[in-house]
Structure formats: structure tokens, C-alpha cells
Design a binder for this molecule. Structure first.
Ligand SMILES: C[S@@+](CC[C@H](N)C(=O)[O-])C[C@H]1O[C@@H](n2cnc3c(N)ncnc32)[C@H](O)[C@@H]1O
Length: 405
């Protein structure tokens, strides 16, 4: 089938029309004629084995990793991402709020401070296609920050008897940590020590787990387990084991603007707080801040960051955001949930305590729009929305927003 890609939809797929109806085109850019094999999945048509017949003049001309699903010159990515947020708001929340201009990533390349790869059995790092066992060997990843580019080169020369690697770097320290997932930790110890001698700052081993990386046992093998990173002027810890923002420069700018929007008050709550970097910002303007996070590693890093920075008025609670009701009422609640958005319980909690302001940071515009739509039915007004580009060369877009009742 041959079609013309008309636009990109918020999931990053190209959209084209055919005599059979709408067709989604992975990797197709607006204005491109493409050819591929139509496949019907979940009631929609998708093109597979896509061949671009007439490339867009805006197509990025240099190599990118397979995970980069928006291969456009940087300036052309930004209006598309802004459009994804506006479209989600209008179509899902049925709201027309003024959108602040998207804030570009301070770096279009070399911005990723965290990444995961499969290890190729013949050595080197590889990309595993979603829902497939097929491995594609990679010889570089220009999206990685410099210390991770070095780690990438080092790992390309060492065959390692593990299944996957997770990398975390720090721009502030100029260093990199490695997580080896799978294999035998005893057998990997010598390699881990050698990798530290070659320049990595630390190596941990993690047991593969069906529910995701770092859900099982984690054993430090050599060197350090944490680094310090600068997020908008706040020095906070990062590790391979638990969430920290992938693009520290872009996230730092978002946290600064979030703090300005949050202003001052008595009590603030952050749900889905990670190691509490945003809470550290909020602790400057609120008498008391409570940070709720489910990951043990993130909470223990947060506790140490809090002690090092002297944020006496910040309190961590390790637990599920659904338990928030036990902490009472707050002037401001900040949420930064995973892609699934807020759970029903968290929405019910917000509606019941009715904080004056809700600061909502989102990594998925569709679930954010769903939640914002629900909150607007409960009397909240969407006062501020700004898309942020945390992930150049991918369709992903972050949203900073403020609701007020
Ligand atoms: C998008 S991250 C945001 C972290 C933090 N705000 C930051 O910027 O570093 C989402 C966080 O929510 C946590 N999380 C996921 N489900 C949770 C739940 N049900 N209750 C509490 N935390 C949860 C994850 O462990 C992760 O740290």
C-alpha cells in the first residue's frame, strides 16, 4: 500500500488516508509518501516494513537510535509537540485553555542522563524491538550525555554475561553508573571491578523481575551506587535503581517554574515524588511539605538529600499515593504520576480535600487531559499550561500545569 502521511498523532505515529480508511504509519513524517504492508490491529490499520519514497526536507539527516521516533530537525519537533498537548486538551478534556509556548530542551542532543539497552550475545549494546526478541546492535547513541557516551564506548568493547544494562550519568559530576541486569552476580564481580578501573563510577547487579527492572534483589558490585546531579540549582542524588528525571537540564527549568507557580503557603503535598526534588523546591515556600513515593531506593536517597540540604520542613512517606488521605488537608498538592495518570482513589482524594491549588506535572498528555477534564468538572480552573521538551527526537512531551478552585 502507498499513502501520503498527513500529520502526526500524539502517540508519534504518522496518519494517512487510504481507500480502506485511516492508516497509522510508524516512522512516517508529515508530507512523506510511504509504502508498506497494511496490517489490521485492534480495529485499526497500521503499515509495517515502511519504506519512505519521498523524504520530508525536514527529516533529520544524521543517525539516531531506533527509539528516536521523531526524526525531524529540532525546530520542527517543537510545534508538533505543542500541538499534541493542545489536541489532547481539546479532544479529551474538552477544554480550551491558553497554552504557554513550549520550552525547548536546553540541549537537542546529548541530553539523556539515563538509558537502558539489551546486551548483545556477541558483545556490545543493542536495541530490543518492542514485543520482540530481535536485537539490533548499536554503535552509538548521540542522545546520551557525554559521560554516558564514554560508558557506551567502554561497554561496546567488553562482552558481559548479563541480559540488559541500565546507565545513569551526571552532568554535574561528569560520571556514569552501570546496572547489570541478569546473569550471575558472583561471576560479574571481576568485570565490574575492571569497569570501575576503566572509568565507570560504580556498578550494581539486579535480578531480572517480571514486573520491571530493579523490582527484585539489587547487589552493589563495585564503586559507588549514587551520583549527585544539578536540577535547576538543587543538587540531588541519582542512581540506576530508581526514577530520576532523564533530562536534568530541562527538568531543572521545569522545577524552577513549578516553584514560582506554587508560591508560598502552609502545607504542601507531593504525590509520586521520586526522591523529592520538586519537594525540595516547594520546601522553600511552604511551612511543611510531605512527599509520598512508593520506591524504597528513591525515598532513602530523598532522605539523605534532605539531610544534606537541611530541608527540615520536608517529610517523606514511603507508600502508595492512594494512602494520601491519611495526611489530611493541604493548600497545594503537586502530582507527577507515571504515564497512566492519577488513579481513581487519588482523584477521589483530591476532590474530597479540595486543595486550593493543584500543580500537575505530566509525561502523558492524554491521561493528563483526562484527569484535568475530571477536575474541571469538580470546579477547578486550568490556569496555566506549558509543554516542556524533555525528550528531543521522540514524540514524548512533558506538561507543567496549575489548577485552582
Ligand atoms: C514520573 S516519576 C516522578 C518523580 C519525581 N516527581 C521527579 O520528578 O523526580 C513518578 C514516580 O511515581 C512513583 N510511583 C508510581 N506509582 C506510585 C504509587 N502508586 N504511589 C506512589 N508513588 C508511585 C514512581 O516510583 C516514580 O518515582
Amino acid at each position: 500500500m502507498e499513502v501520503l502521511v498527513e500529520k502526526l498523532v500524539p502517540t508519534g505515529l504518522g496518519l494517512a488516508r487510504s481507500p480502506e480508511g485511516a492508516v497509522f504509519v510508524p516512522g512516517g513524517l508529515p508530507g512523506e509518501r510511504v509504502r508498506g504492508r497494511p496490517v489490521r490491529r485492534k480495529g485499526a490499520w497500521f503499515l509495517e516494513e515502511v519504506e519512505v519514497l519521498s523524504p520530508s526536507p525536514l527529516r533529520y539527516p544524521h543517525p539516531l537510535p531506533p527509539s528516536a521516533d521523531l526524526p525531524l530537525v529540532y525546530e520542527a519537533q517543537l510545534p508538533l509537540k505543542e500541538g499534541f498537548v493542545r489536541e489532547s486538551l481539546e479532544r479529551i478534556a474538552r477544554l480550551e485553555a491558553p497554552l504557554e509556548p513550549i520550552r525547548p530542551s536546553p540541549r537537542a542532543l546529548a541530553y539523556r542522563a539515563a538509558a537502558q539497552y539489551a546486551l548483545h550475545p556477541l558483545g556490545g549494546l543493542a536495541y530490543r524491538r518492542p514485543e520482540s526478541h530481535e536485537l539490533q546492535r548499536l554503535d552509538q547513541d548521540p542522545l546520551l550525555i557525554e559521560p554516558l557516551q564514554e560508558a557506551f564506548r567502554l561497554l561496546s568493547t567488553w562482552p558481559l554475561a548479563a541480559e540488559e544494562v541500565a546507565l545513569r550519568g551526571s552532568l554535574h559530576e561528569g560520571k556514569a553508573l552501570l546496572g547489570l541486569i541478569g546473569g550471575d552476580p558472583k561471576a560479574l564481580k571481576r568485570a565490574a571491578r575492571a569497569l570501575v578501573r576503566e572509568g565507570l563510577e560504580g556498578v550494581v547487579w539486579a535480578e531480572p523481575h517480571p514486573r520491571g527492572r530493579f523490582r527484585g534483589r539489587v547487589i552493589p558490585l563495585a564503586g559507588r551506587t549514587e551520583l549527585l546531579e544539578d536540577f535547576g540549582g538543587v543538587l540531588a542524588s541519582v542512581s540506576v535503581q530508581s526514577f530520576a528525571q532523564v533530562n536534568p537540564l530541562a527538568a531543572g527549568a521545569l522545577f524552577q517554574e513549578a516553584q514560582a507557580l506554587a508560591g508560598e503557603g502552609e502545607r504542601a503535598l507531593e504525590l509520586y515524588a521520586g526522591s523529592g526534588v520538586l519537594s525540595l523546591f516547594l520546601s522553600r515556600g511552604f511551612r511543611e511539605v510531605v512527599a509520598v513515593e512508593i520506591s524504597k531506593d528513591a525515598v532513602s536517597r530523598g532522605q539523605r538529600d534532605k539531610a544534606r540540604l537541611g530541608a527540615e520542613n520536608l517529610r517523606f512517606h514511603r507508600g502508595d499515593a492512594r494512602e494520601a488521605a491519611r495526611f489530611g488537608a493541604f493548600d497545594l498538592v503537586a502530582v507527577d504520576p507515571p504515564r497512566a495518570g492519577l488513579s481513581r482513589e487519588v482523584l477521589e482524594y483530591l476532590v474530597s480535600i479540595r486543595p486550593g491549588r493543584i500543580l500537575y506535572i505530566a509525561c502523558d498528555p492524554a491521561t493528563w487531559a483526562r484527569d484535568v477534564g475530571r477536575l474541571s468538572q469538580e470546579g477547578y480552573r486550568l490556569l496555566f499550561v506549558r509543554p516542556y521538551d524533555f525528550f528531543p527526537f521522540t514524540h514524548h512531551v512533558e506538561v507543567l500545569s496549575l489548577l485552582e478552585r
